[in-house]
Write a protein that binds this ligand. Structure first.
Ligand code: 5GP
Ligand code: ZN
Length: 112
């Protein structure tokens, strides 16, 4: 399968990893939109938020357990935003479920 994030998980594409366990991998976004811009992915291929189900929900749980640890390590003590883009209207460009952790500055109030 031609999935960039599966290739990052497998070490076929280099990344700056910031967190890893059996379920979750987090690395810096290659094109950061804020001083801190980290992507958190499940280690199995799930296409998007729309494909979350009872079988893969443990991975999603682990992602959300990891996020506070990743944020603390990144020094995001004043807060941050967690975003997942889903499908065409959501402007999802990489079709492997991922959550953006964005912070390190005051973010805009408007989300769209
Ligand atoms: P989306 O638009 O799907 O929500 O977000 C995809 C994100 O993946 C974008 O912010 C983009 O900069 C990032 N990205 C795309 N290719 C790579 C890559 O090869 N390495 C890293 N670290 N990030 C990538
Ligand atoms: Zn994938």
């Amino acid at each position: 399968m031609d999935c960039i994030f599966c290739m990052i998980r497998d070490g076929k594409i280099p990344s700056n990893k910031v967190f890893e366990n059996d379920y979750v991998l987090a690395f810096n976004d290659v094109n950061p939109q804020a001083p801190v811009h980290i992507l958190v992915i499940p280690k199995i291929h799930v296409e998007s938020c729309d494909k979350i189900n009872a079988e893969n929900a443990d991975y999603v749980k682990e992602i959300f357990l990891a996020i506070p640890q990743i944020a603390a390590k990144a020094g995001l003590d004043k807060g941050y935003r967690v975003i997942t883009n889903c499908g065409e209207h959501g402007c999802q460009s990489v079709k492997h479920l991922h959550f953006h952790i964005i912070g390190g500055t005051q973010l805009a109030e408007k989300m769209c």
